[in-house]
Design a protein around this ligand. Structure first.
Ligand code: NAP
Length: 293
C-alpha cells in the first residue's frame, strides 16, 4: 500500500511553477497576478484564501486579496467583478465560495470573464472541458489527475466510482476520467444511488467527494483499490491547539490496508487543489487557453 503524498507532489509542482515565473520575469514580462475576493468572515474560507495567498508568494506570483464585508450586495460584488474583468493587470481571479445566502453563486460565476476564470467554474469552461477543448479545469479534479499521473496509476479500462456529483468536484472528475487518455469506465454516485455499498465495492478506483466524515469503510472497498479522499470535515478535537481537526470521507485506518494507493486527509488532494489554481493562473498569464489579450 502506498500513501499518496500530496505535499511532496505539490512541492515539486511549486518548484516547476517558480522556475517558469523566473523565466517570464527574466524576459521582462510581469509575474502572473491572481486576485481572490473573499466576502464575509467564514473561518474555513479565510484559511483557504490565506493558503492561496501564501502559495502565490512562494511561486513568485503577484497576489491581491479583496476582503469584502458580509453585507456586500450582489450588485456591489458584480461591480468588482466587472472591474477585474477589465483590468489588464489581472491575469485571473477567483471568488471564494460559499458566498453569503443573499448572493447568487451562479450569477457571480457567470459574471466572471471566462478568460480569467482560473477556478474553472464558468459554464463556458465547463462546456469546453466536457467537449475536450482547451479550458481551465476546476482545481480539485485537476489536482486529482496530477496525483494519478505523478504516481503513474493505470486508469485505462478501470472502473472508477465517484461518490458525490457536485459541479466543482464529483461531476467534473467523473467526466475527465471517462475521456480519452484516462479511459476509465465511470459510475457517478449521489445520495439517491441504490445499493451504494455494492457499487463502491466494485470500484478499482474510488473517489470520495461527499463531505461526510469517515463515510467509506473497509467493507465498502475492494482489495487493491485506489482510493482518493476529497472530503474535508472539521470536527472538534481536544488534541489540537485550534480545537478542531480535519477528517476525510474515508475511514483511513481501516481502509488503507486494503488499498494499493490511498490519499490521506490532510496532505492528499488538498495541497494539489491550490497547485492547480496556480497552474491555471500561469496559463492565463501566458494566454495559453484563450490567446493573448
Ligand atoms: P457538495 O456540493 O455538498 O456535494 C456533495 C455530494 O455528495 C452531492 O452530490 C450529494 O448527493 C452527495 N452525497 C451526500 N451524502 C451522500 C450519501 N450519504 N451517499 C451518497 N452521496 C452523498 O460537496 P462538494 O463541494 O463536492 O465537496 C465534497 C467534499 O469535498 C466536502 O467535504 C468538501 O469540503 C471537500 N472538498 C475538498 C477540496 C479539496 O481541496 N480537498 C475541494 C473541494 C471540496 P446529492 O447530489 O444527491 O445531494
Amino acid at each position: 500500500m502506498t500513501i499518496i503524498d500530496g505535499k511532496e507532489v505539490a512541492a515539486a509542482a511549486r518548484r516547476e511553477i517558480s522556475a517558469e515565473v523566473r523565466k517570464m520575469t527574466d524576459s521582462g514580462a510581469p509575474a502572473p497576478h491572481l486576485v481572490a475576493i473573499l466576502v464575509g468572515s467564514d473561518g474555513a474560507s479565510q484559511t483557504y484564501v490565506g493558503h492561496k495567498e501564501k502559495c502565490c508568494h512562494e511561486v513568485g506570483f503577484r497576489s491581491t486579496v479583496m476582503r469584502l464585508p458580509q453585507e456586500t450586495t450582489q450588485a456591489e460584488l458584480l461591480e468588482k467583478i466587472a472591474a477585474l474583468n477589465a483590468d489588464v493587470n489581472v491575469d485571473g481571479f477567483i471568488v471564494q465560495l460559499p458566498l453569503p445566502p443573499h448572493i447568487s453563486e451562479q450569477k457571480i460565476i457567470e459574471a466572471i470573464d471566462q478568460r480569467k476564470d482560473v477556478d474553472g467554474f464558468h459554464p463556458v469552461n465547463t462546456g469546453r472541458m466536457i467537449s475536450g477543448l482547451p479550458s481551465y479545469l476546476p482545481a480539485t479534479p485537476d489536482g486529482i489527475l496530477s496525483l494519478l499521473k505523478y504516481y503513474q496509476i493505470d486508469t485505462a479500462g478501470k472502473h472508477c466510482v465517484v461518490i458525490g456529483r457536485s459541479n466543482i468536484v464529483g461531476r467534473p472528475i467523473a467526466n475527465l476520467l471517462s475521456q480519452k487518455g484516462w479511459d476509465c469506465t465511470v459510475t457517478l454516485c449521489h445520495s439517491r444511488t441504490a445499493n451504494l455499498k455494492e457499487v463502491v465495492a466494485s470500484g478499482d478506483i474510488v473517489i470520495a467527494a461527499l463531505g461526510r466524515a469517515e463515510f467509506v469503510t473497509a467493507d465498502m472497498v475492494k482489495e487493491g483499490a485506489v482510493v482518493i479522499d476529497v472530503g474535508i470535515t472539521r470536527v472538534p478535537s481536544d488534541k489540537t491547539k485550534s480545537g478542531w481537526k480535519l477528517l476525510g470521507d474515508v475511514k483511513f485506518d481501516e481502509v488503507a490496508p486494503k488499498c494499493s494507493y490511498i490519499t490521506p486527509v490532510p496532505g492528499g488532494v488538498g495541497p494539489m487543489t491550490i497547485i492547480s489554481l496556480m497552474q491555471n493562473t500561469l496559463r492565463a498569464a501566458r494566454g495559453e487557453v484563450y490567446g493573448k489579450r
